[in-house]
Design a protein around this ligand. Structure first.
Ligand SMILES: OC[C@H]1O[C@H](O[C@H]2O[C@H](CO)[C@@H](O)[C@H](O)[C@H]2O)[C@H](O)[C@@H](O)[C@@H]1O
Length: 647
């Protein structure tokens, strides 16, 4: 019964003493705290954007206090910007983002646009705290059900967009100043055709070089919905991906270093460090809508590539703390899993935020509408965004059907309850790298701290993810407390980061066990490279696709084991991949995002967009394999291995 309806003062007194009343008060306080936290987060974001734009904060605060901000004349609008150009259509207000609130001319529109932007709210910081699901979540959900003011037809909207917006992604072509036509490694390639091919691959860096337009830096608030500006030029994946991407960049940087483009490689890493400084983590890619999630944590690995290449201790000293900041973000993704009487620390992908992926809004929305998530789609959206955070969007690897298997529909994506082998192996590697860096810098405490963190994850990989019967690591479903016993190339990721007992005897038996596993799964039969999984689901991170980053992880993992059997298969897989990429290149001069395991020279497919050409990580991995397996010391030619396996 509500207090107003109580019959007597005694009733009221007893109500005031009751737990019901304290719950109500607690709830009110919680709601207020949530709101306050939201405001603080929003302010932090906006201050960071203002800082990027070199806006004098104290001056702005002063002007806000004496009311001069609102009186500023409206700035003239340059052409070629993705901004509303006329004020006549109220729909324009609905397209503004929280970041655009800071625009002086928009101050009075804040209230109005807030009512319409619920689906593009961005949470820049991760949180294990569930509180957003209560007060703010309910608020957002309630607003989402409100219809937009006015009746708009499709034609109105198309007309509105055409009249008010210009397509401009904020980046422009950039020829990296350190580009070299003929880096030294080319002259070490024995086979003429492979050398010609590698020369063509090197040329691609020029096509993939981009930089942020000056106008974006000058008028960042107008672009803030989209581009996250960075100081240095960068290599993009290609095709529809015209901004930098997090994990892709590791392999691009590796290729750049091989191509002697050290400045470009360093610039890209420093861009990312700068972003971590601003936002506390590295987003999926270079657009504001990617801030709500990250991608596989490879920034420390990029720094290691650069450090190993240059031995620049000063550079390391300058940046190592920012690498730590990034790892702190990932530490929050580590959860405690109890199995039997043991508690493990295990990392999961978990990108909590509201609404569909902004860049694939329609796809996610339609998927939710066609599923049981129709009336409450957010749990599904979180799964989809978390899958994108894994870099594997999408895959049977993340699907958990009713029977717990990987058979099901895309809306059965359930990645947040899976402990992925690769993520945990990457974190093990990253913690060790940062620990080693502190060792180089003679900071023993931090060296020990990060090595201890690595050891904690090691236990999880070794005890929870390792399957003794099959002799391989598997993803783990912690709700069902069972391994997901499916082939995924990522099952070999611990080899890449050496997350195993590396004494010689153990390494030999481990590689025997892993190679036996690959043979049982028939992976050696595929002449186009190592397929990502053996499940044909029509998603792009499934059979028969062959992805460059996974070729790199598998090949380097086997190679670096140092065992004869591991090295033999590393070379075979590397040669198959180079062969397939080269065959395609001979046909049309392009390198692709993904290839086909069954037919060498065919590009891959599936998923929600057309396969694209470019392509940053394919270029990088191809160059790496060519330097390693086709140079002067290489004794096996591409033709020799084209016909089949070894072992
Ligand atoms: O727009 C759809 C998805 O596109 C990206 O994912 C794919 O391309 C990325 C760039 O090469 C790559 O990093 C990722 O592994 C691919 O699956 C984007 O990263 C996704 O977040 C996005 O939803």
């Amino acid at each position: 019964m509500a207090p107003g309806l109580r019959s007597s003062s005694e009733d009221l007194l007893s109500f005031l003493k009751s737990s019901e009343f304290s719950d109500i008060i607690e709830n009110i306080v919680k709601k207020q705290t949530d709101r306050l936290q939201e405001t603080i987060d929003g302010l932090k974001r906006e201050i960071s954007v203002l800082k990027q734009n070199n806006i004098d904060l104290s001056n702005m605060l002063n002007r806000l206090c004496d009311g001069t901000v609102n009186k500023e004349p409206k700035k003239s609008i340059e052409k070629k910007e993705l901004i509303p150009q006329k004020k006549k259509v109220t729909f324009a207000d609905a397209t503004k983002t929280p970041m655009q609130k800071q625009s002086k001319t928009d101050v009075n529109l804040v209230e109005e646009h807030e009512q319409h932007t619920e689906d593009i709210i961005i949470r820049t910081g991760p949180s294990e705290d569930e509180s957003w699901k209560t007060a703010s979540y309910q608020k957002q959900k309630a607003k989402r059900l409100k219809p937009m003011r006015g009746d708009f037809t499709n034609a109105d909207i198309i007309d509105f967009v055409n009249t008010n917006f210009i397509e401009d992604f904020g980046v422009e072509e950039w020829i990296p100043p350190d580009f070299k036509e003929d880096p030294t490694f080319l002259s070490h390639i024995q086979n003429d055709e492979v050398r010609e091919f590698a020369t063509g691959v090197v040329q691609k860096w020029n096509l993939l070089g981009k930089k942020v337009k000056d106008i974006v830096r000058q008028h960042q608030s107008r672009y803030s919905l989209f581009l996250i500006p960075v100081p240095n030029g960068f290599i993009v994946p290609g095709g529809r991906f015209q901004e930098y991407y997090y994990w892709d960049s590791y392999w691009s940087i590796e290729g750049l270093l091989i191509s002697e483009m050290t400045d470009t490689a360093r610039g890209m890493i420093e861009n990312f460090l700068d972003i971590v400084d601003r936002y506390g983590h590295m987003p999926n890619g270079g657009r504001v809508y990617y801030l709500e999630r990250s991608q596989p944590p490879l920034l420390s690995f990029m720094a290691k590539l650069y450090y190993d290449y240059t031995n620049d201790v000063n550079w390391l000293e300058k940046h190592v703390e920012m690498l730590e900041t990034e790892l702190q973000f990932w530490m929050k993704r580590i959860r405690k899993i109890t199995v039997g009487d043991k508690i493990y620390n295990a990392a999961t992908y978990n990108a909590r935020s509201y609404g569909p992926r902004p860049e694939s809004y329609k796809e996610d929305y339609q998927l939710a509408q066609a599923s049981a998530f129709k009336d409450n789609p957010d749990p599904l959206y979180i799964e989809l965004k978390s899958a994108a955070e894994s870099g594997w969007d999408f895959s049977s690897r993340w699907i958990i059907g009713e029977d717990g298997s990987n058979q099901g529909k895309l809306y059965q994506t359930n990645i947040t309850r899976i402990i992925p082998v690769d993520l945990n192996a990457f974190l093990y590697g990253a913690f060790n790298i940062v620990g080693d860096f502190y060792g180089i810098l003679n900071q023993e405490d931090k060296q020990t701290y990060w090595h201890e963190q690595a050891q904690i994850i090691y236990e999880t990989i070794d005890e929870l993810l390792w399957n003794q019967d099959d002799g391989i690591w598997y993803d783990y479903d912690f709700a069902l407390q069972q391994h997901r016993k499916y082939f995924a190339a990522s099952n070999l990721a611990p080899l890449w980061t050496k997350a195993y007992n590396t004494n010689t005897e153990n390494t030999i038996s481990l590689i025997d066990s892993v190679v036996d596993y690959l043979q049982r799964e028939n992976i050696m039969d595929y002449q186009g490279g190592v397929p990502v999984t053996t499940e044909q689901s029509a998603e792009q991170w499934d059979f028969p696709n062959v992805w460059a980053p996974l070729q790199s992880i598998v090949v380097e993992g086997l190679e670096n084991s140092g065992t004869a059997r591991g090295k033999l298969w590393a070379r075979t897989f590397a040669e198959r991949f180079v062969n397939s990429v080269q065959l395609r290149y001979i046909l049309d001069g392009d390198l692709y995002e993904k290839y086909d395991a069954v037919t060498p020279g065919d590009y891959g497919g599936g998923g929600e967009y057309e396969t694209v050409v470019g392509f940053g990580w394919t270029n990088g991995v191809t160059l790496k394999f060519i330097t390693q397996y086709f140079s002067s010391d290489s004794t096996i030619s591409i033709q020799k291995h084209h016909s089949g396996g070894v072992d």
